[in-house]
Design a protein around this ligand. Structure first.
Ligand code: ASP
Length: 598
């Protein structure tokens, strides 16, 4: 860390340096005076060290230290000495030493910062993002960014070692369907036309395989204009991979050791390989989701057989309508208070299900439930038998359309695992989801759409939209999807067939995908690939709740950048050059200006 301005980084000083004269630079943290002696914490990226200004030993420096304010940038020369016995700070890596300052130079005074630079910062999101550079001075942010860099380095090392070539693909490109909205960039030279920012380099990486490049990777930024959430933003970074002459097994064998190594080197845990592999159908049956958290049990159970002949109207109607009755048993939740139970019901309704029926198991198979009087003893016994619920447990039943019941029970399972402390610390549960459906019906678009993307190969000749499975796979970690890919279609006839099922007219197909179809017909090798998300992985490994916490300059939840004020209006000259005119509506919408004021 030595530079022309300093000999050491503050955070690197240790007791072994005692006696040395050092020059350090950094930001002034907390300042305090004790019996005429002034102490400051001096902080740089490596950490903080205590600096002591003694009025007798260094009167000028001591006097100057009196005038220091928080976040002033200073350069200090002094001797490293061991702290007096009993004054060590075990919470600080440099806690055994201090710098006895002889000179103090203020390199740049700071105005009073809008919030203190501390890890347990209380400032609101907008303020933190507006002053992100101050936020980044927090040790926690430094740690997270370093972990992120480490993960990306491990990815590069792994891919280079496996014979992959890093190849860049353009940012100004043509729309490729990944099921999201594109960010568009108007072309000045071709007025009225637009580039799309890549939702992924999907088609380009396939074209690289057709171009004989055999093994491609790229750590690449992708952009999707969809509502941002805690675990997803407009832009994200992925390890993008494509390889030729492969099956699913090759991709899985490539990725598993990389992830085992990432976990080992970042959080120091061992994960066993091979990872579990579950089909989509099995995941939906057992967990109600295709990204199950396998760190705990509470698997879902089908109670339709128990209630096949039920006299309980609510259940009978659901079954008659072709719906599902599914349940889970929450260990030791039978003692939940009425209020807690009501909250479970509200949460279930909040997730779109009609409601929740709970049955608390008491001693000797007796139960307590708001619907107890509607259920026969045989049915109650059947519920207990199917769910395996024992004394003290709580059975949660959702009767609804199957998809709604699944969503509700998946949410319930995740919530309850947290509330009941069922999630072991430091558990890293990886699993592969395989054999997903090839298509799903979009009510919104009133047609079949691809579950992954339209280039995904079908698992069999069967292209019947209702039943076709694909050769796709997702990697799931602790209940989050952290990557996914597929073996691709390399036969142009099958690719055309898929476009037909997606209801693209021949003209649309030619317009949008003619280039790809021509390439597939000119010697496309069998190929497949995957894209592994970086942001979400760092979020999980760093124990954060939001990907904003693991990105240096994230957007706010509403998609703005409070720091620079993006997105912002552009002037009329720029618009004219692009051949664009704003509608009256968008003029009003944008109000007084940029997102910074908004
Ligand atoms: N293009 C896909 C995505 O970004 C991944 C893949 O199929 O390789 O999600």
């Amino acid at each position: 860390m030595r530079t022309t301005m300093r000999t050491h980084a503050c955070g690197d000083l240790r007791s072994g340096d005692a006696g040395a004269t050092v020059t350090v630079c950094g930001w002034v943290g907390h300042r305090r005076d004790h019996g005429g002696v002034t102490f400051i914490d001096l902080r740089d990226r490596a950490g903080a060290v205590q600096v002591v200004f003694h009025p007798q030993d260094a009167p000028d420096a001591h006097a100057a230290a009196q005038r220091l304010g928080a976040e002033d940038v200073v350069r200090i020369t002094g001797a490293i000495r061991a702290r007096p016995a009993g004054m060590e700070n075990p919470d600080l890596a440099t806690g055994e030493v201090e710098v006895a300052a002889t000179t103090l130079q203020v390199l740049n005074a700071s105005e009073t910062p809008p919030f203190p630079i501390e890890d347990r910062i209380e400032a609101g999101e907008d303020l933190r993002l507006r002053y992100r550079y101050l936020d980044l001075r927090r040790p926690e942010m430094t740690k997270v960014l370093a972990m992120r860099a480490q993960i990306v380095r491990l990815m590069r090392e792994h891919m280079d070692g496996a014979g992959f070539v890093e190849i860049e693909t353009p940012i100004l490109t043509r729309s490729t369907p990944e099921g999201s909205r594109d960010f568009l960039v108007p072309s000045r030279l071709w007025p009225g036309t637009f580039y799309a920012l890549p939702q992924s380099p999907q088609q380009l990486k396939q074209l690289l395989m057709i171009g004989g490049q055999d093994r491609y990777y790229q750590i690449v930024r992708c952009l999707r204009d969809e509502a941002s959430r805690a675990d997803r933003g407009f832009e994200f970074t992925q390890l993008d991979v494509e390889m030729s002459f492969v099956t699913e097994e090759d991709l899985i064998a490539l990725i598993e050791p990389l992830y085992a190594r990432i976990v080992r080197e970042t959080v120091g845990a061992e994960v066993a390989t091979p990872f579990a592999r579950l089909t989509y159908a099995e995941m939906m049956t057992r967990y109600g989701t295709d990204k199950p958290d396998l760190r705990y049990g509470m698997e879902l159970v089908d109670l339709a057989p128990v209630f096949a002949e039920t006299g309980f109207n609510a259940f009978a109607t659901v079954l008659a309508d072709g719906g599902a009755i599914r349940a889970l048993s929450a260990p030791s939740a039978g003692s939940f208070s009425r209020k807690e139970l009501d909250r479970l019901i509200d949460d279930t309704k909040g997730r779109g299900a009609a409601g929740l029926v709970w049955i608390a198991v008491e001693a000797a198979g007796a139960v307590r439930s708001p619907v107890e009087k509607f259920l026969s003893p045989v049915e109650i016994a059947g519920v207990l038998e199917h769910t395996g619920a024992a004394e003290g447990d709580l059975v949660c039943i959702v009767a609804d359309r199957e998809d709604r019941a699944n969503v509700a029970l998946d949410g319930l399972r995740r919530d309850l695992a947290g509330r009941l402390h069922l999630i072991p610390d430091d558990a890293w549960a990886f699993c592969w989801m395989v054999e997903p459906p090839l298509f799903e019906y979009s009510d919104e678009e009133d047609r079949w759409v691809s579950v992954h993307h339209p280039f995904t190969a079908p698992a069999s000749e069967d292209l019947e939209p209702r039943s076709a499975r694909s050769r796709g796979y997702d990697l799931v970690l602790n209940g989050f999807e952290i990557g996914g890919g597929s073996i691709r279609i390399h036969d142009p006839a099958i690719q055309r067939k898929v476009f037909e099922i997606l209801e693209l007219t021949p003209d649309q197909t030619e317009e949008q995908f003619g280039h790809l179809l021509r390439a597939l017909a000119l010697g496309a090798p069998p190929h497949g690939g995957i894209a592994m998300g970086v942001d979400r992985l760092v979020m999980i490994l760093a124990g954060k709740d939001a990907i904003r916490d693991v990105i240096a300059f994230p957007k706010s939840q509403s998609g703005t950048d409070p720091l620079t004020g993006a997105p912002s209006p552009v002037d009329d000259v720029q618009l004219r050059e692009l051949g664009l005119a704003l509608t009256a509506e968008s003029e009003t919408d944008r109000g007084s200006g940029s997102a910074r004021e908004g």
